[in-house]
Design a protein around this ligand. Structure first.
Ligand SMILES: C[S@@+](CC[C@H](N)C(=O)[O-])C[C@H]1O[C@@H](n2cnc3c(N)ncnc32)[C@H](O)[C@@H]1O
Length: 192
């Protein structure tokens, strides 16, 4: 099942990356301002229904600070700010995704509570976080773990989608057999 998920993730992410993600009219950022970093996973978005389940599992509360590590089109950050009234930040390496998610945040008038950092997940400080969400590959979660260990405060919650954070023990695991489109999902909750 785990291998199937990794294969499905890679195949579908490949198909998605071939699609246009830059909104019409958006300009690519100048080349010399691009942050560098290792690509820890391809873009493969979490379905909206599962985003909600992740934020529920993480018990996100109004005013809390959350980070989505590899924020893609910003859907987790946007729901965290819009529905849960959290202070939400996404970290994303891909300039097109940064631009399209920032444009969506602006369009929704969420600039005060939703932010996208154009940068590398492995180079951020998460010490202010109450909740971290992550949807990366298993080997990437292992690379992210020391950064979280080094910066997270005690009691911070982490919700991982589909792939565990190796070396940590989840306090709760939730399986969603069908997201409405025939795909199963597993969510892991950790407390730092
Ligand atoms: C599987 S997608 C998840 C997107 C979003 N979190 C969601 O669940 O819908 C992983 C994202 O991580 C981004 N990413 C990969 N490596 C990264 C890195 N080193 N720093 C920042 N973002 C990265 C990818 O560009 C991609 O958008």
């Amino acid at each position: 099942m785990r291998l199937q998920k990794i294969l499905a993730f890679s195949v579908l992410a490949g198909a998605l990356s071939a699609q246009q993600v830059t909104p019409p009219g958006a300009q690519p950022a100048p080349v010399n301002t691009q942050p560098t970093g290792e690509k820890l996973a391809p873009y493969y978005p979490t379905p909206e229904t599962i985003v909600e389940r992740m934020l529920e599992l993480g018990e996100l509360k109004s005013g809390e600070k959350m980070f989505d590590l590899g924020s893609g089109d910003g859907r987790i950050v946007i729901m965290a700010a819009r529905k849960y009234h959290a202070d939400a930040t996404g970290v994303e390496l891909d300039p097109d995704l940064v631009q399209s998610s920032a444009a969506k945040i602006k369009q929704l008038g969420l600039q005060k509570t939703a932010h996208i950092i154009h940068g590398d997940i492995l180079k951020q400080n998460y010490s202010s976080a109450n909740l971290i969400t992550v949807y990366l590959l298993p080997e990437s979660n292992i690379k992210v773990r020391p950064v979280l260990d080094a910066t997270l405060k005690k009691g911070a919650r982490i919700v991982a989608h589909d792939f565990e954070i190796g070396g940590w023990t989840p306090i709760k695991t939730v399986t969603i057999p069908d997201d409405g489109e025939g795909r199963s999902h597993t969510l892991f909750l950790y407390i730092h």
